[in-house]
Design a protein around this ligand. Structure first.
Ligand code: NDP
Length: 297
């Protein structure tokens, strides 16, 4: 049976370290500041935003949440982001996605100052990640957290290991592939047009699933002993828990895969908690850079 990778525990360690280092920075006169912006009333987004703001407060940060109505004109959102760019008490700006259809999300993201783009979605940060300028980049939180879990198991250097990333989104699949490449893995990115995905997946020493399809990756897609990182978060009906109840599952058929894998992340409790922890770490790094302190490694 596979080792179950405890993302909750690793995330708690990261948050503890961030809190300790933030306290030092605060004592030296700079309080890390995180601004979270949400537009509209998407219930899942509201839960994510509330937990990000709460965690920022737990870390001792200055935490601000801007909640805007769904029909906010795009220019008002641009003006808010620009005001946050110019606010010296704010070191990290996060605009919760998805945005309502009438707002061009790309334009809003590119309005965020790259040095405050703690989500790592601005072209400057994407470019830095793509060219290996990791020391000054902001790396998107979910892939960064996934890498930290991998690092705990397999070390920083993945030389000689093959990695298959299923999913090519800008927020998970592509940055994850770049990070694996930077760690010397031999990387293949798969997607909806890939032929014979099960056979490709079986070649992977490290298999990352970031698809958004519950249980798509079956046990017989997993190479014996592989490390499986399940990024997927899917809410499915759970009638066994009562009428109308739901539960969260990943993109990997966990019960099957854990019999074959060497290690695997559960859902919930795997990659999910790492995402918020890495957001806190990125905000601390941003505040350190702004204050001229050496950012923690
Ligand atoms: P996207 O929908 O943006 O991307 C999904 C990717 O999966 C696409 O590249 C798509 O391919 C590929 N795909 C879809 N169907 C198949 C298929 N049948 N076979 C192979 N590839 C397929 O999703 P995200 O990257 O944003 O998110 C992926 C998952 O991760 C979701 O479950 C999401 O909820 C979760 N997530 C979790 C986070 C966390 O904190 N743990 C944070 C962010 C996301 P193509 O490009 O060809 O369409």
């Amino acid at each position: 049976m596979a080792e179950i990778i405890d993302g909750k525990a690793v995330a708690a360690e990261v948050v503890e370290k961030v809190t300790a280092e933030a306290a030092e920075l605060i004592a030296a006169g700079t309080t890390p500041g995180l601004a979270v912006v949400i537009v509209g009333e998407d219930p899942a987004s509201q839960v994510y935003v509330a937990s990000k703001s709460k965690k920022a407060k737990e870390c001792g940060f200055h935490s601000v949440q801007h909640t805007l109505p769904a029909d906010t004109p795009p220019q008002d959102l641009v003006a808010l982001v620009e005001a946050l760019n110019n606010d010296p008490s704010i070191h990290g700006i996060l605009v919760q996605l998805p945005l309502p259809d009438h707002v061009d999300a790309g334009r809003i993201i590119q309005t965020i100052a790259p040095e405050k783009d703690v989500d790592g979605f601005h072209f400057i940060n994407v470019g830095k990640l793509g060219t290996g300028e990791l020391a000054t980049a902001f790396v998107p939180c979910t892939p960064a957290g996934s890498m930290l879990l991998l690092e705990r198991l397999r070390g920083k250097d993945l030389s000689g290991l093959s990695a298959v990333v299923v999913g090519r989104s800008n927020i998970v699949g592509k940055p994850m592939a770049n990070l694996l490449l930077a760690a010397n893995a031999t990387v293949t990115i798969a997607h909806s047009r890939t032929k014979d995905l099960p056979a490709l997946a079986r070649t992977a020493d490290i298999l990352v699933a970031a698809v958004g399809r519950p249980g798509m990756v079956k046990g017989d897609w997993v190479k014996p002993g592989a490390t499986v990182i399940d990024v997927g978060i899917n809410r499915i009906p759970a009638p066994e828990r009562g009428e109308g109840k739901t539960r969260l599952v990943g993109d990997v058929a966990f019960e099957e895969a854990e019999k074959v894998a060497g290690a695997i992340t559960p859902v919930p409790g795997g990659v999910g908690p790492m995402t918020i922890a890495m957001l806190m770490a990125n905000t601390l790094v941003s505040a350190c850079r702004a204050a001229g302190h050496k950012p923690p490694v």
